[in-house]
Write a protein that binds this ligand. Structure first.
Ligand code: ADP
Ligand code: ASP
Ligand code: MG
Length: 403
């Protein structure tokens, strides 16, 4: 008898038929005698709709109120899924993040989990009940609801699997696993049977939304092995773990993030400490800065360009503005949305020529590179949003990922 954590994402529970189908899958695991905890997301589209409603009322809605609002999405699904289980004779009970003792810090809309007390989860499981747990949410030390960032139900599932020392953690979604690129952009993308945390983490943080990057980070830290698989069929998925039996390849996959804004800070004094002050104020505003380019111009004046998640663009602009006021120089502007396209693979560490093949491929297809950033196992380029899908496809082919 194993302890299994299953997670079902938004499309897997989008309507009542899907909820019935998920309930049947849960029943199968329960009938096999396993203890089952199920983490569910909001029904597909609900979180986006709630965000749009809030933004229609205020361009920058308050983070705490957003959490109060967004947690309703998952609360609806836990109740409906539990009711669907009752309808087919499975004893089940729902729990919110707070009821399951998922304690977080106080950073609303992207809270970090600090402790999982579990509430009465173990008692319920021992009593033969399936527990349906709301993903994406927790509570802070004052008992106020918090959320874990977009895609955060993945994190809820991994974290509860770690806390309960689950034997199996299954992330059910609407594709058969992790592919060499988003199969909706590249139809010839291939499913990866096993992947290391390292590569999965890069793919996720570079925009492959099949897994939330913080969830992968957590899994890596606590050694939670998990499987990404489809809730629409019984095909084996992708196993994510520390070491795999697959050979290291140059490029494991191509990722794309279409949600980045370029911030340009111009006319700043070219003196020690200017960049430090700007990035300190961005960090204080909880903005994650990504690609950074600094050009030093004439007469001791420098320009700084960097990218931030589009949702944080105004916050970034305000933080930099405040800092420039105290520096007494410079101006900040937000430019167009850009796409970041990346290739990821641990094999890159020991091979040269990968960057040149990437840049040559893009050039041959007339795709202009605006910024570049690299690490040991990835190369990213910022390009125009219009060429993003093309870039993913041509790079996928250039590195023979379809073979
Ligand atoms: P869920 O609602 O189950 O959490 P998401 O929509 O968050 O599902 O993530 C699944 C989606 O991720 C897929 O439908 C697919 O379009 C997208 N995706 C992006 N990159 C990849 C990839 N490398 N492999 C598989 N899916 C990917
Ligand atoms: N409902 C949340 C979102 O859409 C969390 C999740 O689906 O994982 O981001
Ligand atoms: Mg998701």
């Amino acid at each position: 008898m194993a302890l299994i954590v299953q997670k079902y994402g938004g499309t897997s529970v989008k309507d009542l038929d899907r909820i019935r189908s998920v309930a049947q899958r849960i029943k199968n695991a329960h009938d096999e005698g396993h203890r089952v905890v199920v983490v569910v997301s909001a029904r597909g589209g609900v979180t986006n709709r709630l965000i749009a409603d809030a933004k229609a009322l205020h361009p920058e809605p308050d983070d705490r109120e957003m959490d109060v609002l967004l947690t309703i999405g998952e609360q609806e699904t836990i109740a409906l899924t539990t009711i669907a289980l009752h309808a087919i004779g499975v004893p089940a009970v729902s729990r919110t993040g707070g009821q399951a003792g998922i304690f977080t810090d106080a950073v609303h809309t992207k809270a970090r989990i600090v402790e999982i007390r579990g509430g009465d989860l173990r008692e319920q499981l021992n009593g033969g009940k399936v527990v349906i747990l709301a993903g994406f949410q927790g509570i802070n030390a004052n008992g106020h609801v918090t959320t874990l960032g977009r895609g955060g139900s993945d994190l809820s599932a991994i974290a509860i699997a770690a806390a309960l020392k689950a034997d199996l953690c299954q992330i059910f979604t609407d594709v058969d696993g992790v592919y060499t690129a988003d199969p909706r952009i590249v139809p010839e993308a291939r499913k990866i049977p096993e992947i290391k945390y390292e590569e999965m983490l890069e793919l996720a943080s570079l925009g492959s939304k099949v897994m939330q990057s913080r969830a992968v980070e957590f899994a890596n830290k606590y050694g939670v092995v998990f499987e990404v698989r489809s809730s629409y069929n019984d095909n084996p998925g992708t196993i994510v773990k520390a070491q795999t039996t697959l050979e290291d390849v140059l490029v494991r996959g191509v990722a794309c993030d279409k949600n980045q804004t370029k911030v340009v800070v111009s006319d700043i004094p070219d003196q020690p400490g200017a960049a430090a002050q700007i990035f300190r104020s961005l960090a204080e505003a909880q903005v994650n800065v990504d690609m950074i380019v600094q050009n030093v111009g004439r007469q001791g004046i420098a320009n700084l360009t960097f990218t931030v998640p589009a949702d944080d663009a105004y916050k970034a602009e305000r933080a930099v503005s405040r800092c420039l006021d105290s520096l007494g120089a410079g101006k900040v502007s937000l430019t167009d949305r850009i796409a970041k396209v990346s290739i990821v693979g641990v094999g890159m560490q020991s091979h040269s020529g990968v960057a040149s093949r990437m840049f040559t491929t893009l050039a041959e297809h007339g795709i202009n590179i605006q910024m570049i950033s690299t690490s040991e196992i990835k190369i990213s380029v910022a390009i125009s949003l219009d060429s993003a899908d093309d870039a993913v496809r041509v790079l996928h082919r250039a590195f023979a990922l379809d073979q």
